[in-house]
Design a protein around this ligand. Structure first.
Ligand code: NAD
Ligand code: TYD
Length: 342
């Protein structure tokens, strides 16, 4: 089997490629990745010499290069995206080009290539902010609130249209917040851990009471490999893990493991339109037979250990001019405290 993976130099895509090459001996992987600021060949350095793996540097919104890369592939697993909410608020343009146009280009190419499966990797953020005790099911409506979430919701609709109109065998997955090795240090958890390792404060948005479901990236990679085999075309599957934590609670757990004082958390002004709560019901995936493997506490501790051990991976990323410029813009004058977190 030959699969085209898009966005394989990113956080989840690289964890998926590593997993699938390990789990399936008779697989070949073409990784189509533009290597944006979030794409890093270092993420797959350990498998770069594997003859079953090949990286094509191209933009998913380029129909010619996409068709070439997809030639002879049996399946597509589509991770490539602009993925950071805060960047989408600063500048939504790249999110529309990659997440919306790029997805349509891939769907068209997959139809021409007559692939047997197309896994469209999406997010719980398309459901919007979830009130009360409800957990989003796949039947719930789409109420995206950030430009990122809106672009992903649009891509979900395009994936659905390709199935209904053209019978392209698309499966859409909607995962909750991932954490684990190789996550670019702009997202909450790697930012928190690496700032603490650098002796810098972590900027907590607003009152810190926003709730996220946390999913270990290795469980996510395994769930996608499972759905590639067992999922039904035209269906949507939530992938959650069901570990819900307030942001304040997450920081407290990380501080406890790393032995960091509360004074190292600074409150900064809230993210505009900050969704209060995401929560997924993933019983549809569990009913199909998927079992989450990694207990949250162990996975969190291992993740912290990984960032401690891999300063060689994250320090160069934080030292680039692009990272510094983004950090300055996002957090204004660095991490000037707005008020101390209680
Ligand atoms: P990431 O930002 O770490 O990686 C994105 C990858 O896509 C990078 O390697 C980048 O180079 C590549 N890319 C970006 N634009 C491209 C383009 N135009 N053409 C080709 N390649 C391009 O993202 P991630 O966190 O690994 O997320 C992967 C997917 O999972 C995304 O679709 C995202 O929406 C979804 N998702 C992420 C999370 C999460 O917590 N990170 C949760 C749910 C769903
Ligand atoms: P993030 O990792 O950006 O994921 P998402 O917004 O897609 O859920 O953020 C996770 C949570 O952490 C979210 O509620 C926003 C919050 N957050 C902070 O409090 N401070 C930060 O510097 C960042 C990046 C996020």
């Amino acid at each position: 089997m030959k699969i085209l993976v898009t966005g394989g130099l990113g956080f989840i895509g690289s964890n998926f490629i590593r997993h699938i090459l390990f789990a399936e001996k008779n697989i070949r992987v073409v990784n189509l990745d533009l290597q944006t600021y979030a794409g890093n060949p270092e993420n797959l350095k350990d498998i770069a010499g594997d003859e079953r793996y090949f990286w094509v540097r191209a933009d998913i919104s380029d129909p010619v290069l996409v068709a070439q890369a997809m030639a002879g592939c049996d399946a597509v697993v589509h991770f490539a995206a602009e993925s950071h909410v805060d960047r989408s608020i600063l500048d939504p343009g790249p999110f529309l080009k990659t997440n919306v146009i790029g997805t349509q280009v891939l769907l068209d190419a997959a139809r021409a290539e007559k692939v047997a499966r197309f896994i469209h990797v999406s997010t719980d953020e398309v459901y919007g902010s979830i009130p009360g005790k409800h957990r989003s099911t796949e039947k719930d409506g789409l109420f995206p609130n950030s430009p990122y979430a809106a672009s992903k919701a649009a891509s979900d609709c395009l994936a659905r249209a390709a199935f209904v109109t053209h019978q392209l065998p698309v499966i859409t997955t909607r995962a909750s917040n991932n954490f684990g090795p190789y996550q670019y240090p702009e997202k909450a958890l790697p930012l928190m851990i690496t700032n603490f390792l650098e002796g810098k404060p972590y900027p907590l948005y607003g009152d810190g009471l926003n709730i996220r479901d946390w999913l270990y990236v290795k469980d996510h990679a395994e769930a996608i490999a499972f759905l590639l085999q067992k999922g039904t075309p035209g269906e949507i599957y939530n992938i959650g893990g069901e570990t819900s934590l307030k942001n304040k609670e997450m920081v407290a757990r990380v501080r406890e493991i790393m032995k960091i004082p509360a004074s190292m958390v600074t409150r900064v002004p809230d993210r505009p339109g900050h969704d209060r709560r995401y929560a997924l019901n993933d019983s549809k995936l569990r009913r199909l037979g998927f079992k989450f493997k990694y207990p949250f506490e162990e996975a969190l501790a291992q993740t912290i250990e990984w960032y401690k051990a891999r300063e060689d991976w994250w320090r160069p990323l934080k030292q680039t001019g692009g990272y510094a410029a983004y950090y300055q813009k996002q957090y204004k004058k660095g991490t000037v405290p707005f008020s101390r977190a209680s």
